[in-house]
Design a protein around this ligand. Structure first.
Ligand SMILES: Cc1cc2nc3c(=O)[nH]c(=O)nc-3n(C[C@H](O)[C@H](O)[C@H](O)COP(=O)(O)O)c2cc1C
Length: 199
């Protein structure tokens, strides 16, 4: 069956908000209105998370808003919306459908998280961690957590600047979410994060 693709509008890279103010304003907020984010907000949010800032050149990989160990870019961002679950394809700046149904209730175990308009799932694709730096599973896991942290903080800062509510979540039933998303064995859920318009 054809997978639906949502092409996102260009991110608004010329938005202005002082970085020091965004750092000061950054907060975990756990209440939101029952409104969806606009496509423009989603576009900005995902580009801020780990969007491309320098295109790949031949065999040299692209650069992103978030650093990653050995530039392995192993953290893939998935987006859970009312319309279904999607994979954020940074190169196309588009959402690729992976599950055609609403699975947002699995984003976290706390009751209030199940009502968040947007769920983000940070998934480490271990097949992308091929450098000798990742010789042990422990080394892979440490780097995947750190690399996720940069992406999560980018989202926190964009949300602070764009007046959105967000919370990073480790209280997750990873096995359940993994199966709901039809992920493979080498794809490991690290963390999730919810986003909405603040109440
Ligand atoms: C790795 C990580 C996991 C977290 N997991 C949860 C969670 O499962 N549920 C939750 O309500 N908050 C979660 N938080 C948010 C923290 O509770 C919050 O960052 C902390 O209380 C400090 O508040 P602040 O972010 O507003 O500064 C998590 C934060 C991080 C960094």
């Amino acid at each position: 069956m054809e997978k639906s693709i949502i092409t996102l509008p260009e991110p608004q890279k010329d938005l202005t908000f002082p970085l020091m103010k965004a750092l000061e304003k950054r907060r975990t907020l756990r209440r939101w209105k029952d409104t969806s984010l606009s496509m423009q907000e989603l576009s900005n949010l995902l580009w801020a998370a780990c969007g491309i800032t320098k295109e790949k050149q031949g065999k040299i990989k692209s650069k992103r808003t978030a650093p990653s160990a050995c530039n392995s870019q192993e953290i893939r961002v998935y987006v859970l919306l009312k319309e279904g679950a999607f994979f954020y394809d940074e190169e196309q700046h588009a959402l690729i459908e992976i599950v055609p149904k609403d699975i947002r209730e699995h984003v976290g175990t706390q009751k209030m998280m199940k009502t968040a308009p947007v769920g983000l799932v940070f998934v480490a694709d271990l097949s992308r961690m091929r450098s000798p730096l990742f010789r042990s599973e422990e080394a892979q896991r440490f780097c995947a957590w750190v690399d996720t942290g940069y992406i999560s903080q980018n989202i926190y800062l964009y949300c602070a600047a764009a007046n959105l509510a967000t919370a990073a979540l480790a209280l997750i039933k990873r096995d359940k979410l993994h199966s709901q998303m039809n992920l493979q064995e080498h794809e490991k859920i690290v963390l999730t994060q919810v986003v909405g318009h603040p109440e």
